[in-house]
Structures are given as structure tokens and as C-alpha cells.
Write a protein that binds this ligand. Structure first.
Ligand code: AMP
Ligand code: MG
Length: 316
């Protein structure tokens, strides 16, 4: 059985094809980028509509399958930006009608977790999900995902992107920020952990002030923003692991591409006799293969559910 998955919750339009054993046959993405502003939803929708057919054809081509070999179409129903979700849903619906396939709407966050779990062949890890808009510590208990801690305001990726925009890095800023951070030294920024939750907007404000007052170099600011935010999450995740007795940590989401972040989590895991897992770069960010795999897992319980922009992982 082959499942085709469509991703379009934010800046990435992706199509991936996976088998019912979790083997990835293809995973093609095309992401909206911008030199000046961040994500302007209307422009992102135009981007998605423009690239959709090309991404689809490349995905079928790379997988060496045609529509006859596709059993289901899974799509990202949410959470995400409303206009982007509708763009993806309309494509999914159009293709489902044209090629007579059944639609399976899936939760984007759960898809990130599931692809990381199958890729690393894990049983029941503690998940750290850090993407553009999401920052959550999640476990699976009694048949449900439970969020043990999360950001109280913005997701870490969005915070890094906002800060990147302030200092002129373009969008998305994460990779460039990581490069600049390599030549920085530490200055103190607010460290905001509240119980099991974290908050990033105060750090952003302080970093912006320091930049505008020309008190610190971009390099020092990038390094300090990274160290502070990553340390906050490492602290909270360690507490989650201690509380649940988990011995496996899985990092998913685009910010997981950051080497320093992985290094800090790896050290924490080693110190407590646990193992740190991540996913390769092409599975860390948004893509269609994870949607396809989550679609396979949910094929008997989901269907055409239109879009759910605010669908939390603990509401599945
Ligand atoms: P996602 O929403 O999962 O596709 O993740 C996208 C987010 O990951 C964006 O906010 C990027 O800035 C961020 N990101 C990508 N690469 C890196 C990196 N090397 N370091 C930090 N953040 C990153
Ligand atoms: Mg994502």
C-alpha cells in the first residue's frame, strides 16, 4: 500500500509518498522564502498554488509510481495558517476527485512525532517538538498525546525568525542565525521558565533593544539568544523525562536542524543515562512524507475533515 501526503500548513508545500511499512519513496518540498518580510499568508498561498503540480509530479517521478499505485491521499488538516491550510486542502480534494482516492485529514504535529518515531524505530519516547509555530514537550499516555509543557506565547522558530528579521537575516532566519552564533560570546538575556512552560517574547524584546542600542554585535546576540532559549527547553525537557521516567528523547521540527541545540540535548540525555534521537534534515522540517505516514496510521479513523487551524495534538 502507498500513501501520498500533502503538506501546506505554513511556508512549505510538500508532497511525499510512503509505503505501509514506513518506507519513504519520495519527499519533495518547495518552500516560500522572502528577503524582507516574514510569511505573508496571501503570498504564501500564491506560492503553494504555483508549485503544487510541479511538486506532485516530482514526487510521483522520484517514487517511480503513478496514481494507480496510490491508495490514499493524506493531507495536513491543521494546525496551521488558515489560508495555507485551505490551499493544501483544495489541492488534496482536487486530486482526490480527479484520481478517485479517499482523503485522510491528519494532525500536522502528530505527523512530526510519528515520522520521527518510525524513522528511529522507537517505542514510546518523550517528544520535543520545536518548529516555527510550535514548541511543546509531549508524551503518549493512555492512548492520547499529552502536552507536559509548551510555549506560553510564540514558537521558538517564529521567535528566531522575528529576531532574524530585526537584524536583517531574511526568512527563514534559523540557519543564518546559527552561523552567526558560532562567532558570538554570551551576554545575559531574560531566562523565562514558568513551571513546565517557557516564554520567548520577552527575550525577543530584550534582544531587539540591545541590537537597537548598538550595545552588542549580531554574533553575540545570536549566540546568546540560542544559548538562552535552548537551555530553557533543555531544563524543562529534563524535568519531563525525570517525571515520566522516559529514557528516550526525540527532537522533531525545523529548529531541530540546529547543531548546538542537538548538542545540548544530547549532553543532558547522556548525563541521565538516556538516549537522544533526532531526524535527518529532510525530515526535521515540514514535508509530505510525514503526512503520508500519519495518514496511514489514521486511515481507519479519519477522513475528509476540511481544515482545523487550531487543532492541538492533545485534542486528537
Ligand atoms: P518547521 O515549522 O518545522 O518547518 O520549522 C521551520 C523553523 O525552523 C523556522 O522558524 C526556521 O527558522 C527554523 N530553523 C530552520 N533551521 C534552523 C536552524 N539551523 N537553527 C534554528 N532554527 C532553524
Ligand atoms: Mg511543522
Amino acid at each position: 500500500m502507498n500513501i501520498l501526503g500533502i503538506e501546506s500548513t505554513a511556508h512549505t508545500f510538500g508532497v511525499g509518498i510512503v509505503t505501509d511499512t514506513g518506507k519513504i519513496l519520495s519527499n519533495v518540498t518547495d518552500s516560500y522564502t522572502s528577503d524582507a518580510a516574514g510569511m505573508i499568508p496571501d503570498k504564501v498561498v500564491v506560492h503553494h498554488n504555483t508549485v503544487a503540480e510541479k511538486v506532485l509530479l516530482n514526487a510521483l517521478d522520484n517514487a517511480k509510481v503513478d496514481w494507480n499505485d496510490v491508495d490514499f491521499i493524506a493531507y495536513s488538516a491543521g494546525p496551521g495558517l488558515d489560508p495555507c491550510l485551505w490551499a493544501g486542502y483544495h489541492k488534496a480534494k482536487e486530486w482526490a476527485q480527479k484520481y478517485r482516492k479517499t482523503l485522510i485529514g491528519v494532525n500536522h504535529c502528530a505527523a512530526h512525532l510519528s515520522i520521527g518515531k518510525v524513522y528511529n524505530a522507537l517505542q514510546n519516547p518523550c517528544y520535543l517538538y520545536v518548529s516555527g509555530v510550535n514548541t511543546q514537550i509531549i508524551v503518549f499516555e493512555d492512548g492520547k498525546y499529552r502536552v507536559l509543557g509548551e510555549t506560553l506565547d510564540i514558537g521558538l522558530g517564529n521567535m528566531l525568525d522575528k529576531f532574524g528579521r530585526i537584524i536583517g537575516l531574511g526568512f527563514p532566519a534559523g540557519p543564518e542565525l546559527e552561523k552567526l552564533a558560532k562567532n558570538g560570546t554570551y551576554v545575559e538575556l531574560p531566562y523565562v521558565v514558568k513551571g513546565m512552560d517557557v516564554s520567548f517574547s520577552g527575550i525577543l524584546t530584550r534582544a531587539q533593544q540591545l541590537f537597537e542600542q548598538k550595545k552588542m554585535t549580531k554574533e553575540d546576540l545570536c549566540f546568546s539568544v540560542q544559548e538562552t532559549c535552548f537551555a530553557m527547553l533543555t531544563e524543562v525537557v529534563e524535568r519531563a523525562m525525570a517525571h515520566t521516567g522516559k529514557k528516550e528523547l526525540l527532537l522533531v521540527g525545523g529548529v531541530g536542524a540546529n547543531k548546538r541545540f542537538c548538542e545540548m540535548l544530547n549532553i543532558m540525555c547522556k548525563e541521565r543515562g538516556a538516549t537522544f534521537y533526532k531526524v535527518p534534515m529532510d525530515l526535521a522540517g515540514d514535508q509530505g512524507a510525514m503526512i503520508a505516514w500519519e495518514g496511514f496510521l489514521r486511515k481507519d479513523e479519519s477522513g475528509d475533515i476540511e481544515v482545523r487551524p487550531h487543532w492541538r495534538v492533545d485534542d486528537i
